[in-house]
Ligand binder design. Structure first.
Ligand code: FE2
Length: 386
């Protein structure tokens, strides 16, 4: 048994449990070696004692604690693995089992005033035949489409007056938030009007079509669970045999959630910050994958700091403020938003919303992957540490 004191200059993982092997990239490489009779006790500042059995640390550590294989032997070994279609886990342990959720997404704002000219241009350039797809995808700067966050897709859709998108159905689930104008969506034969602030959903494999019977363009935010299908390639679509699926007017259909009803509930609270969770008539989240919540931040008020394993795509219904977002990588960012802006929040970010108006409340609508995580039993949630 060997017992050494680790110099203070050598970094030690922040989260580590006795008996647990944790790979620290600063140590270059850690791996189990059997039946080596090497046990190392790390004693740092008399507060943390860690026991590693069968560990050999290569590189600078290796010279401290004992026998090490030669670099050339290791290189030769590593080079022999690809032809066997194998890779060493120990060199990638940190990425596969990180000490906290590790989203690729970064915080980002899509200002509506900046996006609007491009949407308007698409309204002129893209024909009605392509109207169903006249969408500008919101692509996270650190990811590729369809990623607005790691698990959510968001897009801004523009529908010209008189246009109707052909009826279809697909496995992907969609939630829609109306930004401006008046349109309609029909789901399984129930035609619902759409006005600013309304949420309407098109569940998995439900026939739906939508359009604009007004004299002005209608713009909405589409949020779908498309990123999930990069791992589960089961999404596909089917077109209905006619342009329109037979429908009747039904403004109170379960798939429509008028804004006024939501705002009334939020305004009833006396708290500086209130959250309303959208639910269907059975009291459940709107889908098994995407959830929706609306938040009210009172004048000159803020939300409490929060941290959630869900990623969020927020849309500001009205108001002016900013959100301080600290993702797990520690790169804090303040997002300044106005009414109709949309912004992405990575999973496991510490988040706090601030209303910069001293007279008007701010309303935010957040789309998230909470139901997906809950249904798979993957959620870990807690109040942010002060
Ligand atoms: Fe659709």
């Amino acid at each position: 048994m060997d017992r050494r004191r680790i110099p203070a200059t050598i970094p030690v993982p922040r989260t580590i449990q006795e008996g647990q092997l944790t790979y620290n990239p600063n140590w270059k490489l850690c791996f189990f070696r059997k039946p080596a009779a090497l046990t190392v006790f790390l004693d740092l500042r008399c507060t943390l004692t860690l026991q590693y059995t069968y560990i050999e640390l290569l590189g600078s550590m290796g010279s401290i604690i004992g026998t090490e294989p030669t670099d050339s032997a290791m290189q030769e070994y590593l080079q022999s693995l690809p032809r066997m279609n194998m890779e060493p886990l120990w060199t990638r342990m940190s990425a596969m089992v990180p000490p906290s959720p590790n989203p690729a997404c970064q915080p980002h704002l899509w200002s509506y005033s900046d996006c609007h000219p491009f949407l308007s241009q698409a309204g002129n350039l893209v024909t009605e035949q392509m109207a169903e797809r006249r969408v500008l995808m919101l692509v996270n700067p650190s990811m590729k489409a369809p990623h607005t966050t790691d698990t959510l897709y968001g897009g801004l859709q523009w529908v010209n007056p008189g246009e109707v998108a052909p009826a279809h159905r697909h496995i992907a689930y969609a939630a829609r938030f109306i930004i401006e104008g008046n349109g309609f969506t029909a789901v399984e034969g129930k035609k619902m009007p759409l006005a600013r602030g309304d949420v309407v959903v098109t569940p998995t494999w439900h026939w739906h079509d939508h359009g604009n019977e007004s004299d002005d363009p209608v713009v909405w935010l589409d949020v779908l669970n498309l990123p999930l299908f990069t791992y589960l390639p089961v999404n596909f679509a089917e077109n209905y045999e006619k342009d329109r699926y037979p429908s009747v007017e039904d403004p109170s259909a379960d798939w429509r959630h008028p804004w006024q009803k939501t705002q009334t509930i939020l305004d009833e609270t006396k708290e500086p910050h209130a959250i309303f969770h959208y639910r269907n008539s059975r009291g459940l989240p709107l889908s098994t994958t995407i959830g929706v919540q609306a938040e009210r931040v009172g004048p000159s008020s803020s939300s409490k700091p929060s941290q959630d394993v869900s990623s969020f795509l927020y849309h500001c219904y009205s108001g002016k403020g900013h959100s301080v977002i600290t993702p797990p990588n520690g790169e804090q960012k303040s997002i300044y938003w106005h009414g109709r802006d949309t912004f992405a929040v990575p999973a496991w970010s510490k988040v706090q919303h601030f209303n910069e108006s001293s007279t008007e409340p701010a309303y935010l609508v957040g789309f998230h992957d909470g139901p997906f995580l809950d249904n798979l039993g993957l959620r870990a949630s807690m109040a942010a540490a002060e």
